[in-house]
Ligand binder design. Structure first.
Ligand code: PGA
Length: 257
């Protein structure tokens, strides 16, 4: 059963496509989604920084555009970093924070993610905070402990100052990302319900009722409907399948039943 929360489907293009190729994908995607659908579902793409300018005209008015990361710093001598203010200036409305690939390859901690969430909040951008356990954690039955500490370390001291426009949580089991393995709808919903309960305890019942919790990890056009049909799954964060206009559109369609 879908909840009252408006579905949110985000694509994460990671380090794929060149700007012109990406523009062509968005150009195919937008007309398929905009025929009425964009009024019932929120959707957007987390793009490489180099694509923001090329895709802005394609997405504007129809879908959201966001970054895949932002700096924990305001500005200054941080070579290679992109600030939240820079994202805002490029008309981004959100950014991913704490994706497992950033945690694994760039040693990003949950505490750093908290600072990034502060920077995004200062700019009025929505933070999509990603959490999830490794296969080892899942096999050891440790997953709730890991996810709770990821929530606590990044959000514990700030969730009271965030609202459901400023914060989305994405549950992405690391073992399901890019592997073709997905959590079953039951596994996903169990973790989503646990995350929502954590929000009740730390952010209050009203925020917990409103906040959107996305599932990510090998979501595709065939499994999206079952995952999105779960009571605590409010949308999806889609990697590989978001690079194909038809597949991503089908996932967006699945979110509205
Ligand atoms: P995937 O990636 O859909 O290719 O598994 C999801 C993600 O990393 O956000």
């Amino acid at each position: 059963m879908m909840s009252e929360r408006r579905p949110l489907i985000l694509g994460n293009w990671k380090m794929n496509t060149l700007p012109e190729e990406g523009r062509l994908v968005a150009r195919q995607m937008v007309p398929m989604i905009r025929d009425g659908l964009h009024l019932r579902v929120d959707w957007g793409l987390a793009l490489p920084f180099t694509h923001l300018s090329a895709l802005r005209a394609e997405l504007e008015g129809w879908g959201m555009m966001g970054g895949q990361d932002c700096s924990a710093h305001l500005q200054g001598a941080y070579t290679g970093e992109i600030s939240a203010a820079m994202l805002a200036a490029m008309h981004c409305t959100f950014s991913l924070v704490g994706h497992s690939e950033r945690r694994t390859h760039h040693q990003e901690t949950s505490a750093t993610c908290g600072l990034k969430i502060d920077r995004l909040r200062d700019q009025g951008l929505m933070a999509v905070y990603c959490v999830g356990e490794t296969l080892e954690d899942r096999q050891r039955g440790n997953f709730s402990k890991i996810i709770t500490s990821q929530l606590m370390d990044a959000l514990g001291s700030r969730i009271q100052s965030l609202d459901s426009n400023g914060l989305v949580i994405a549950y992405e089991p690391v073992w399901a990302i890019g592997t073709g393995l997905t959590a079953s709808p039951e596994q996903a919903n169990e973790v989503h319900a646990m995350i929502r309960y954590w929000v009740v305890q730390h952010g209050g019942a009203m925020l917990a009722e409103q906040i959107r919790i996305l599932y990510g990890g090998s979501v595709n056009a065939s499994n999206a409907k079952d995952l999105l049909g779960c009571s605590d799954v409010d949308g999806a964060l889609v990697g590989g399948a978001s690079l194909k206009a038809r597949d991503f559109t089908d996932i967006v369609l699945s979110s509205v039943g």
